[in-house]
Ligand binder design. Sequence first.
Ligand code: PA5
Length: 448
Amino acid sequence: MSIKLNYKNLGLREHELEFTRPLAECAFKTLTDRSGAGHEMLGWHDLPHTYDKEEFARIKAAAKRIQEQSQVLVAIGIGGSYLGARAGLEFVHGPFGNQLRQNGGVEVYFAGSNLSSDYVQNIFDIIGDRDFSVNVISKSGTTTEPAVAFRLFKAKLEEKYGKDGAKDRIYATTDKARGALRGLAVAEGYETFVVPDDIGGRFSCLSAVGLLPMAAGGMDIDQVMQGCLDACERYKNPDLMSNDAMLYAISRFLMLMKGKQVEILASYEPSLVQFGEWYKQLMAESEGKDHKGLFPVSANFTTDLHSIGQFIQDGSRNLFETVLWVEKSRQELIVPEDPANVDGLNFAAGTSMHSMNEKAMKGTLLAHVDGGTPNLVVTIDKLSDYNFGELVYFFWKSLAISGYMIGVNPFDQPGVEAYKKNMFALLGKPGYEDAKDALEARLKELLG
Ligand code: PA5
């Protein structure tokens, strides 16, 4: 079954869709003609047809070798260089995937996405005496957070296996020709994989960037690519009313026009928490520019109904919600009968937890719509490798269309540089010395 979109609860009128149709069609054409801003970064658009098959086979072989040589893989990267792989692994194997180890997969831990020494030490402790491998993922090779983490894990590997042993356990995913990591990998003899030139970080999870950690962790990457391919074909359809990627783009655009500022991606499966993180980067880095865009947040229900649910129901009315609903659960657990019935729950005895989850979703949908939070529902049938690939492509395509509709370049991310420049100056990185004094004076004023 393919993805289903229900936008009836947005309260849109027929003529609104009609009036917006030409803009959506123009954005669609701009994308498919490769005539818009950022067109040089459209490698993701036909990726399921054009990906490097030789490298794909090497990814599968490397994943097998990692599974043979190690119990743990540390995947080092930040932003687009890790979010998709983490989302995929949890989507398919759930939040306890590392404990449950499925399909021969190794435990996969993600490092290099923060500067916390406690976090890295925790991974050292989790690895303990066990064998481990490292996949360092960085297009530039100089991003601070993964570079720091890589130094630490490389030193651990060399201490445990010696320099020669370590190099057989390090897999580098980076630019095909340039950059610090490419240079190091060549010098040290690591096996390497490529971050394609025409694919930006947030569109890279179905390249080697995401595929190697996903495969090492036991995901079926053939199925992932099949889902992506089927979505790629389906959303080539230029007819608005039968292309859900376009309808989702139009829906988001109209919500923005009506004054909504925040889109909440809400799910009811803990397996989708990391998918929400991936979605936030995709939407925020693509659309949040030129002082425009919807601010993306994610929520995991039902737990968040007991926290931010209050705001969604009754706070500022600048929100709308996109529910990512999974029709079938993997397991059917039934609520047991309890003769004492102290909690008064026997009315639900014999009911499956998943059908209770469904009632919670439906009840919430009604409450939120009644409270003034319009609602879209994106339904998939189950949490599978195939559906992960399909859903990733659905969001990519839709976002590219809505980005062009609001008139931004959805494929660059100039705003990500600002904090880095300040941090480098404060750390005294060569080339940034001039800004240091002024920044420190301002900090004194602001922080005392
Ligand atoms: O979307 C992006 O471009 C960023 O999130 C990058 O992926 C992130 O900054 C990591 O960059 P790099 O792969 O060069 O280390």
